[in-house]
Write a protein that binds this ligand. Structure first.
Ligand SMILES: [Zn+2]
Length: 76
């Protein structure tokens, strides 16, 4: 079906309000990073399909390109 992968392929990514890149990372309790993107519906997606958000704090995003950090609601 044509529309099956619509959400993955057509959804726009939200951007860092400072440097306008689309990649961020999350931290877990062990201080490990998980690189993610955020779609315009404010869903957080690991950039690798085999990774999971389990254990990571999704309330705080850290920009990979600058010192910005904040929640999905602060992205542009
Ligand atoms: Zn940034």
């Amino acid at each position: 079906m044509v529309f099956e992968r619509r959400n993955e392929t057509k959804m726009k990514n939200l951007l860092c309000p400072q440097c306008k890149i689309r990649r961020f990372y999350l931290l877990n309790a062990a201080g490990e990073r998980l690189v993610v993107t955020v779609t315009e519906d404010k869903q957080i997606h690991p950039i690798h399909e085999n990774e999971s958000l389990d254990g990571f704090d999704t309330s705080l995003l850290y920009c990979l390109g600058c010192s910005w950090k904040g929640s999905v609601n602060n992205l542009t």
